[in-house]
Design a protein around this ligand. Structure first.
Ligand code: SAH
Length: 542
C-alpha cells in the first residue's frame, strides 16, 4: 500500500473513462488528473487504498509533445471539461482507443483499431448550457460546478459555448443583481434562481432561455425580457419550476413568459421543435455526422420497416424515413413523443409512427402484435439496454441492429449479449461529440448470422457452462468497476455481493477456512460499485 502524502515517481500508461491518467506504482493503480500518456512525474499521494490510490502531479519529469498550455482560465477548477492540458490529437486518439478497448475487453472482439469521427473544432460547439447560480456577500454569480462538488465556480467566458450563450447568462445576471433576485441556496433550500438554462439552435440561431426557479414567478420579468431582446436570436423565455430538493436540474412544469416556449433547428435537412426538456445532441455538426454514419451503416431499403428505440424527439427516426418503407419510434418521455409526432408533421413525413413507453416493453408488445422490423436502431442512455430490450431484439431478429451509444462499456456488454443471440459485429466507429470532455459516443452495427440449424448434443455440464457465460465474468465485473469507479475489487468481494443478491458463486470463495482468519468483508462503497456492475450486466434489476 502506498503512503499518503509521500512523493513517488510515476509513468502514465493509460486513461480512466473519466480521462484521468493511470500509473502503476508498486502494483497499485494510481489515478492522476491532468496527466498525459507517456509522461513521467513526481506525484504526491492524496488518497491511498490497498489496490489503488489518487495522486497529484508535483513535478513533470518527462513532458509529452501533446501537452499544451490551457486556454481556458478556469480549466483547473471547473468540473465541465477534462482535457484542456492536451492537444486535440491525443484526446481524439484516447477516445478511439477507449471504444476499441471496451469492445475488445468487454465485448469479446479483437479489433486492431476503431476509427473516430473527430471534431473540426473544440470551440463554441455546445448548443446547450446549464449554469448554476450562487451568491456571495450579496452578489449573485453564475458559472459551473467545481469538479466533484456543488461549489459554483464563476466563469465569465466558457470556450466550448457560443458567445451568444454567455451573453444570455450575463444579461440574466445583470438583471438578477440589479433587482436583487435571490440565488438559490442548495443547503438551506431557500432563494429563487437555481439554474440558467440556454439552448441555441446551431443552424437557426434561435435562443431559448429557461430560468429554473424554486418558485413559480420572477420579479420584474419585463426588465429581463427587455435585456434578452437585445441579444440576436433570442426567441423565447420560459420558467422551469423546480421546488424540490436534490440534484435534478429541470422540474416538470414550464411557464412560458415570452415567445412560443420552444425553438426550432435544422438537423439532417429536417426541422425540429425543441422544448427545454427535449433531448437534442449538444454538438450539432458532430451529431449530424454520427446520424449520417448510423444511416449509412443501417443499409435501409424502401421495403424495410425500421424500429428506432429510445428515439427522443425523432431525430434518427425521421432522418431515416425517406430511405425506408416505414419507421417506428419508441420513447419513454410523453413530451418528447408529442414533439416527435409534431416533427413528423412539420416535415411532411407520413410513414412515421411513434409510441410512448419503455423501449423493451413497447418493443415486446409490438412484436407480439405481429409487427416486423428489418432494421432496429437503438440509442439508449448510459446504462444501455435492459433485458427486455435484448429479448425483444432477439425476437424481432432484424437483419441489422444499429447501436448508437454514449457509454462504450455498456455498449460492449450489450454487443456481447447480442452476439450470444446470433449477431456479429460488422462496423464500429467512435464519434467525438464532446471535445475537451471525457465522454465519447460510438455507433456500431451488428448483422444477423445466416439462420443455420444444426443439431448437436450437449453434455448437461457443458450446458451449465454456456448458461454461466450469460453472466459477466469476474474479470468483466472488475474491469467495469475500475472503469466507472476507479478502484479495484477482489473476486472475494464480488462473490460476497453475488451471494447477497442470491446469485451463484464459485465454491472456493467466501468460505473462511476452519480455524483461519476471518475473511475481509466487502465495504459498502465497493458493494455499491459491484451491484452497479451486476445491474449494468442485466444480472440484477435493483
Ligand atoms: N435518438 C435520440 C435520443 C437519444 S437519447 C437522439 O439522438 O436525439 C436517449 C433517449 O432515450 C432519451 O430521449 C430518453 O428520454 C429515452 N429513454 C430513456 N429511457 C428509456 C426507456 N426505458 N425507454 C424508452 N426511451 C427511453
Amino acid at each position: 500500500m502506498l503512503t499518503k502524502n509521500q512523493i513517488y515517481e510515476a509513468e502514465i500508461t493509460d486513461y480512466t473513462s473519466e480521462g484521468q491518467g493511470v500509473a502503476h506504482i508498486e502494483g497499485c493503480a494510481v489515478f492522476i488528473p491532468n496527466a498525459i500518456r507517456g509522461e513521467k512525474y513526481l506525484v504526491r499521494i492524496e488518497k491511498a487504498q490497498k489496490t489503488w490510490a489518487a495522486g497529484k502531479i508535483t513535478e513533470i519529469l518527462e513532458k509529452s509533445s501533446h501537452r499544451v498550455n490551457r486556454e481556458c482560465p478556469v480549466a483547473k477548477l471547473c468540473g465541465g471539461c477534462d482535457f484542456w492540458h492536451m492537444d486535440y490529437e491525443e484526446e481524439a486518439d484516447l477516445k478511439a482507443q477507449r471504444v476499441k478497448n471496451c469492445l475488445n475487453r468487454i465485448g469479446g472482439e479483437n479489433l486492431e483499431a476503431v476509427p473516430i469521427l473527430d471534431a473540426p473544432t473544440c470551440y463554441g460547439y455546445r448548443n446547450k448550457a446549464q449554469y448554476p447560480v450562487a451568491s456571495r456577500k450579496g452578489r449573485a454569480y453564475a458559472g459551473f460546478f467545481r469538479a466533484g462538488t456543488h461549489d459554483v465556480v464563476e466563469n465569465k467566458r466558457c470556450l466550448i459555448l457560443p458567445e451568444e450563450t454567455d451573453r444570455v447568462k450575463d444579461a440574466v445576471m445583470d438583471y438578477v443583481n440589479q433587482f436583487r433576485v435571490p440565488a438559490y441556496d442548495e443547503i438551506a433550500h431557500t432563494g429563487l434562481l437555481r439554474h440558467i438554462y440556454v439552448r441555441r439552435g446551431a443552424v437557426s440561431g434561435q435562443i431559448l432561455v429557461c430560468l429554473v426557479i424554486n418558485g413559480r414567478s420572477i420579479p420584474k420579468a419585463h426588465e429581463l425580457i427587455g435585456r434578452l431582446k437585445k441579444i440576436p436570436g433570442f426567441t423565447t423565455l420560459v420558467l422551469g419550476v423546480n421546488t424540490k430538493k436534490g440534484n435534478a436540474i429541470l422540474g416538470d412544469e414550464f411557464i412560458t413568459l415570452f415567445g412560443p416556449g420552444y425553438i426550432e433547428d435544422t438537423l439532417c435537412g429536417l426541422t425540429f421543435r425543441l422544448s427545454p426538456r427535449s433531448f437534442y445532441q449538444v454538438n450539432h455538426h458532430q451529431a449530424q455526422r454520427l446520424y449520417e454514419a448510423a444511416i449509412d451503416q443501417a443499409e435501409i431499403t424502401k421495403d424495410d420497416t425500421v424500429l428506432d428505440l429510445y428515439c427522443g424527439v425523432g431525430t434518427i427516426t425521421l432522418a431515416m424515413a425517406s430511405a425506408a418503407g416505414k419507421v417506428i419510434g419508441v420513447e419513454v418521455i410523453p413530451q418528447a413523443v408529442e414533439d416527435a409526432k409534431d416533427n413528423a408533421k412539420r416535415n411532411g413525413i407520413e410513414n412515421a409512427e411513434f409510441f410512448c413507453g419503455d423501449a423493451g416493453q413497447a418493443a415486446l408488445e409490438l412484436e407480439a402484435k405481429g409487427i416486423k422490423a428489418d432494421v432496429v436502431v437503438v440509442d439508449p442512455p448510459r446504462k444501455g439496454l435492459n433485458a427486455d430490450t435484448i429479448e425483444a431484439l432477439a425476437r424481432f431478429a432484424p437483419r441489422r441492429i444499429v447501436y448508437v451509444s454514449c457509454d462504450p462499456a455498456t455498449l460492449a456488454r450489450d454487443v456481447a449479449l447480442l452476439k450470444e443471440r446470433g449477431y456479429v459485429l460488422k462496423n464500429a466507429m467512435a464519434a467525438d461529440l464532446f471535445p475537451r470532455c471525457s465522454h465519447v459516443e460510438s455507433v456500431v452495427t451488428l448483422s444477423k448470422l445466416a439462420d443455420t440449424h444444426i443439431d448437436i448434443e450437449i453434455d448437461p455440464l457443458e450446458l451449465e457452462e454456456v448458461v454461466d457465460r450469460v453472466h459477466p465474468t469476474y474479470p468483466e465485473i472488475k474491469e467495469y468497476v475500475l472503469e466507472h469507479y476507479g478502484f479495484k475489487v477482489s473476486s472475494l468481494y464480488i462473490a460476497q455481493v453475488k451471494q447477497k443478491c442470491g446469485l451463484d458463486m464459485r465454491e472456493n470463495y467466501n468460505h473462511a477456512k476452519p480455524g483461519g482468519k476471518p475473511q475481509p468483508q466487502v465495504s459498502p462503497e465497493k458493494e455499491a460499485a459491484i451491484r452497479d456492475a451486476l445491474r449494468y450486466y442485466g444480472v440484477i434489476t435493483e
